[in-house]
Write a protein that binds this ligand. Structure first.
Ligand code: SAH
Length: 440
């Protein structure tokens, strides 16, 4: 195909976009489509766990079968994410017939639209097409991202990922584009390519934050851009994965409640094996790696195998999610303590490690993670042990994301209110007088 591409920003809100294929490519592409508000129809006999999580949460529609041309009726755009060239060509043909633009992961020459390398900075989206070379597009995108980060004081502090290097920004000097070349000799992010063979690998346990992709730390983001392998959880913001280089191996370690789960040992094995093969592995975990995240087990497995580990703390949902719902976990003259507890084990279970009687006696804020399933039992237990049934309570689902929902209630009514409102995990329960402390 000749001629230069003509750049456009597609406004996809409520417009049908069809994604054909349910593998790694679709897993990477779907989050940006959802972020654009598209009405996504996914056609594929099988799905990755991450895609299934989108389906389960009602964010997109899934047709569990092979593609049929009529799937494109009413669509504005189609994204082909299958390896099978014959199947992909059939989608292309159906798209051409309907004059629908068709992105093809398997064959850019056959595509009628190309996906640019993207970096997002608040309201600004920068999209780069590399003239047929995706690596060039990535390199330019990375350079632009660094430049924009310099302007906002968030530039990576150069060099390799090792060590505690780099308080970000390095002060007020780097305020304009002119400052960039001189500011510590930063090279464009060369990533995995910089490491030669035989160099020992390592693992970084990185907290991805609670859901908003901008809530990853500067260091976590930098290590992510340098990774050879990324092992990601289900709660990790999809948009972070959207910006990975295509040569990065993305391992989906999704552990969907009550669904197919990959044993923790298998995750540990992948981390150790890839690192021993010389790779830089980023284990990306929702929130903070050590808050109900099993990060400690992964650290121990690596340590046992002699694999060096860097831990990058994350913004934990236990504090951030109440915050974005207008609830400070402490407040002057209201609460001088907050307690974070897991509600995934029922209070009367012999497996429970939580002293609910002691919690009922505390004045401060109680933040309960993974607590929806057992919420009725938990609140009844707290009341039975003397906590005031009128204590304010709040529940926040998918906090810090576009899908955030929340409700306010009281200790004795919150379980019924959650059921009535149909709130679902992931959600956080906050109990205490801080709920409402900022209401004016
Ligand atoms: N390590 C994570 C927590 C893992 S446990 C952290 O530090 O945030 C998973 C639980 O965290 C979920 O069941 C839910 O209770 C809570 N959670 C995580 N992200 C959330 C979000 N965006 N909104 C509401 N709850 C969230």
């Amino acid at each position: 195909m000749s001629g230069n591409p003509y750049p456009l920003g597609l406004r996809l809100a409520r417009r049908r976009v069809v994604v054909v294929g349910g593998g790694a490519v679709a897993t990477r592409r779907v989050p940006a489509l959802l972020d654009a508000g598209a009405d996504v129809l996914l056609v594929s006999p099988e799905l990755t766990p991450a895609l299934r999580a989108h389906v389960d949460a009602g964010r997109l529609r899934w047709e569990p079968r092979r593609f049929a041309p009529a799937d494109l009726d009413g669509a504005w755009l189609v994204q082909v994410a299958v390896d099978d060239r014959v199947a992909a060509a059939a989608v292309s043909a159906a798209a051409a017939e309907r004059r629908i633009f068709c992105v093809r992961a398997d064959d850019r020459a056959a595509a009628t639209a190309w996906t640019p390398a993207v970096t997002r900075h608040g309201p600004v989206t920068v999209a780069v097409l590399g003239g047929g070379d995706p690596h060039r597009a990535m390199a330019v995108r990375d350079a632009v991202r660094d430049l924009l980060n310099v302007r906002t004081g968030l530039a990576p502090a150069g060099g390799t990922a090792a060590g505690p290097a780099g308080s970000p920004g390095g002060g007020p000097a780097a305020t304009g584009p002119e400052a960039a070349p001189g500011s510590g000799g930063r090279a464009p992010v060369a990533a995995g390519a910089a490491r030669g063979g035989g160099v020992p690998g390592r693992v970084a346990l990185v907290g991805a934050g609670p859901g908003d992709p901008e809530l990853i730390t500067v260091k976590g983001w930098r290590l992510l851009t340098e990774a050879d392998v990324v092992v990601a959880d289900r709660l990790v913001p999809g948009l972070l994965l959207d910006e990975l280089r295509p040569d990065v191996e993305l391992v989906d370690a999704s552990k969907i409640p009550y669904g197919p789960s990959r044993a923790q040992e298998e995750i540990n094995r992948i981390l150790v094996e890839r690192a021993l093969a010389g790779k830089f592995v980023v284990r990306l975990k929702g929130g903070d790696p050590y808050v109900f995240g099993r990060g400690g087990e992964e650290l121990l497995a690596c340590a046992e195998a002699g694999v060096p580990v860097t831990v990058v703390p994350g913004v934990t949902s236990s504090i951030a999610v109440p915050a974005v719902a207008g609830i400070p976990v402490t407040h002057r003259a209201v609460a001088h303590e907050f307690t974070v507890v897991s509600g995934h084990v029922a209070p009367d279970s012999p497996a429970s490690l939580v002293n609910w009687e002691a919690l009922a006696a505390l004045r401060g804020t109680l933040v309960i993670l993974m607590g929806l399933k057992n919420l009725a039992a938990i609140t009844a237990t707290l009341v039975r042990h003397g906590k005031d049934p009128a204590t304010p309570a709040a529940v926040v689902q998918e906090g810090t994301t576009g899908a955030q929902r929340s409700l306010r209630s009281t200790l004795d009514a919150v379980a019924a209110d959650v059921a009535a409102a149909g709130l679902r995990p992931p959600a956080i329960v906050v109990i205490g007088d801080v709920v409402g402390a900022l209401d004016v």
